[in-house]
Design a protein around this ligand. Structure first.
Ligand code: ADP
Length: 542
C-alpha cells in the first residue's frame, strides 16, 4: 500500500473517486432521456402519459416539498402504492434528496405492516387513494409526522396532504452531494419465523445493480426498450427495472393494480412493450388467455418475459415458445436487491435437442457479474460444481445484504460475510444453479410468502391436533401451495374443513392449506425436527 503522498502519486490510481449515486441516474433521465414515455394504467382503467424528464422534474419539486415538511437525510419515507408514475417520482426524489424510500407491500397483514413501519421508523408515508383502507387498518400502530395521499379523483380526506398540491407548491431541489454508501431504499423480507426483517440498499448497491441488470446477457435494458414491470415496485424495487430504465432511457408502462391477463395483454400490445417481468403465476394466467385467443393481441414487439420469484415450469417455457415469446428465468431475493442469477441459453446449446435446451432453461441460471456464489452441504462442506451434490446457496456481492436492519438475523450470515439464502441448489460445471429445495420454512404461493411455521403453530393450537407439519407442494397455477400433514391426539377427531376454519381465524383465505392429510405420526430427524424432505417425497407426487 502506498503511504506517503509521493508514493501515492507514483503508485496510487489516478482516477476520480466519483460517487456511484442514484442522483446520477435521476439526472441522466432528466437530461438525456427526458422524452421517454412513462405510461400509467390507473385503477379506474384510464391511461395517463408522462415522460422520464417530467417525472425527474416533478421529483425535484416533490423533494423540495418533503424537505419543507421536515424530511432530512436518512429519514425513511414509506410508500403504499402500485406501479404508477407517482411511485417512480418517489423512487427518484427520496433517494436523491438523501432520504430512504421504504416501499410497503399492501398485501401484508395490517399487524405486519404496523410492525414494519414502526421498525423502520418511517416519518412520512405516501398512500395511493385506492389503498387508504389498507392504510387505515395499520395507521394506529405508528405515529407518522405526515400522511400524503395520491388521488386521481381529487378527494383528499381530512388531515391528509395532497400529493399534487405539494408538487405544485414545492421549491425544486438542487440535489445534494451524497456518499455512495448512504442508504437509498429499504424493503422488508418475510421471516421464516418471527417478524419481517429490513434490508437497506445503498446508492452504490442500486447503481451497480442497475448497470449489471442492463447488460445484454443479463436483463438487457436499452433506450430502445419499453418495459412493463408486472412485478410490483414494492417487491425488491420491481427487480431494479425502474432504475435500470432511467439509466438506459427505456420507456416504462406501469400497470397499477390491474394485473388480470386481459388488462396486461392489452397494455403489452397497445404500448408495443418489448420487455416485461413478473412471477410465474401472472404468466400462467396470461398464457391461458393467449392460448384461448392467440390472434387477439399483437405481441410482435415483445422480445422477452423475465420470470422469477419462483421456479419457472417447463410447460410455461414451452407454452410461450408456441406463441413465439421468450421467457428468461431469473433468481433473486430481497436481500440481493434482487438480481442474482439469470438463465440465458448458452450459444453452445443453440443446436441442441429441444429437450436439452428446456432442461437448461428451467434452471435458475448463472450468477451475474460481481455476484459470488457457493453452496455448502449439511456437513458444512462446500459442494462440487458437478450438478449432483446439493447444498445451501451462499452469496456475496456489492448488492447483497451484509446485515439486516437493526442487526437482526445474524444467523443468516456466515463468519466470513456471505449471505445464506435458504435455497438448496445443485451447481453444474458452467456455474448454472438449479434450486432443488428450500431450507427456509416458507411456501411461496403466487409470489407471496406463507409461513409454514405459523400455520403449524396455529394448527397445533387446535385441541385435536398433536403434531402438524406444513410443506410446499408444486401447483400449476400458484407455483406452490401449502399442504398440512397432521397427527391427531389419541382418541381426538376433526376434519380438514374444521381445521381450515380454525386457521381461518388467523390467516387469509389464500394462505389456507388446500390439502390436509392425516397421519399417525410425523417422521422426525435425530434432533427432533419434522423430516420435511420425507413428507415432500411422500406427498408431492400424490
Ligand atoms: P422477491 O420479492 O424478489 O420474490 P423474496 O426475497 O421474497 O424476493 O424471495 C426470494 C426467494 O424466492 C428465493 O430465496 C427463492 O426461494 C425464491 N425464488 C426466487 N426466484 C426463483 C426462481 N427463479 N426459481 C425458484 N425460486 C425462486
Amino acid at each position: 500500500m502506498p503511504h506517503t503522498e509521493t508514493e501515492q502519486l507514483l503508485i496510487g490510481a489516478s482516477m476520480d473517486d466519483y460517487p456511484l449515486t442514484l442522483t446520477s441516474i435521476v439526472e441522466r433521465a432528466e437530461r438525456f432521456h427526458s422524452d421517454r414515455e412513462v405510461v400509467s394504467l390507473r385503477p379506474s382503467g384510464t391511461i395517463t402519459r408522462t415522460a422520464l424528464g417530467a417525472c425527474a422534474g416533478r421529483a425535484r419539486r416533490l423533494a423540495g416539498a418533503l424537505a419543507a415538511l421536515g424530511v432530512r437525510e436518512g429519514d425513511r419515507v414509506a410508500t403504499l402504492m402500485w406501479n404508477q408514475s407517482e411511485h417512480l417520482e418517489l423512487y427518484f426524489a427520496v433517494p436523491a434528496m438523501g432520504a430512504v424510500i421504504h416501499t410497503l407491500n399492501p398485501r401484508l397483514f395490517s399487524d405486519e405492516l404496523a410492525f414494519i413501519v414502526d421498525d423502520a421508523q418511517d416519518t412520512v408515508i405516501v398512500v395511493d387513494e385506492s389503498l387508504l383502507e389498507v392504510f387505515d387498518a395499520f395507521r394506529a400502530g405508528h405515529d407518522f409526522a405526515h400522511v400524503i395521499v395520491v388521488t386521481h379523483t381529487g378527494d383528499v380526506p381530512a388531515g391528509l396532504l395532497d400529493y399534487e398540491t405539494l408538487i405544485a407548491d414545492g421549491e425544486p431541489m438542487q440535489w445534494p452531494a451524497l456518499d455512495e454508501r448512504q442508504a437509498a431504499a429499504m424493503c422488508y423480507t418475510s421471516g421464516t419465523t418471527g417478524r419481517p426483517k429490513g434490508v437497506t440498499y445503498s446508492h452504490r448497491a442500486l447503481v451497480l445493480h442497475s448497470l449489471v441488470a442492463a447488460l445484454p446477457d443479463q436483463l438487457a435494458v436499452s433506450a430502445r426498450d419499453t418495459i412493463l414491470p408486472v412485478v410490483p415496485m414494492f417487491h425488491a424495487n420491481a427487480w431494479g427495472l425502474p432504475y435500470a430504465a432511467a439509466l438506459a432511457g427505456a420507456s416504462l408502462v406501469l400497470p397499477g393494480p390491474r394485473l388480470d391477463p386481459h388488462s396486461v395483454l392489452g397494455l403489452l400490445a397497445d404500448e408495443r412493450v418489448t420487455m416485461t417481468a413478473g412471477v410465474p403465476t401472472v404468466w400462467m394466467g396470461m398464457l391461458a388467455a393467449l392460448d384461448a385467443e392467440p390472434d387477439r393481441w399483437d405481441l410482435s414487439t415483445l422480445d422477452r418475459l423475465v420470470v422469477g420469484g419462483a421456479a419457472v415450469p417447463r410447460s410455461m417455457l414451452e407454452g410461450f415458445d408456441r406463441h413465439g415469446l421468450t421467457v428468461v428465468q431469473a433468481w433473486g431475493m430481497t436481500e440481493t436487491a434482487p438480481l442474482g442469477t439469470v438463465c440465458r441459453l448458452p450459444g453452445s446449446l443453440d443446436e441442441s435437442e429441444a429437450d436439452e435446451q428446456y432442461r437448461y432453461r428451467t434452471r435458475q441460471g448463472v450468477a451475474t457479474p460481481f455476484f459470488d456464489i457457493r453452496a455448502r452441504d449439511d456437513d458444512g462442506r462446500l459442494i462440487a460444481w458437478d450438478d449432483a451434490a446439493m447444498g445451501e446457496l451462499e452469496v456475496r456481492g456489492p448488492w447483497v445484504a451484509a446485515r439486516y436492519h437493526r442487526g437482526k438475523g445474524t444467523d443468516s450470515f456466515t463468519a466470513d460475510g456471505w449471505f445464506k439464502t435458504g435455497d438448496v441448489v445443485r451447481i453444474d460445471g458452467r456455474g448454472c444453479i438449479r434450486i432443488c429445495d428450500r431450507s427456509k420454512d416458507l411456501v411461496k404461493s403466487g409470489g407471496e410468502w406463507i409461513s409454514s411455521v405459523d400455520l403449524e403453530n396455529h394448527l397445533m393450537s387446535h385441541p385435536a391436533v398433536a403434531q402438524a407439519a406444513v410443506i410446499a407442494v408444486p401447483d400449476d397455477r400458484w407455483g406452490e401451495r401449502p399442504l398440512a400433514v397432521v397427527a391427531l391426539r389419541a382418541g381426538a377427531e376433526t376434519t380438514p374443513d374444521q381445521l381450515r376454519e380454525h386457521l381461518g381465524q388467523e390467516f387469509a383465505k389464500w394462505q389456507l392449506p388446500d390439502r390436509i392429510e392425516f397421519v399417525t405420526a410425523i417422521p422426525c430427524t435425530a434432533t427432533g425436527k419434522f423430516k420435511k424432505t420425507a413428507l415432500r417425497n411422500q406427498f408431492t407426487s400424490a
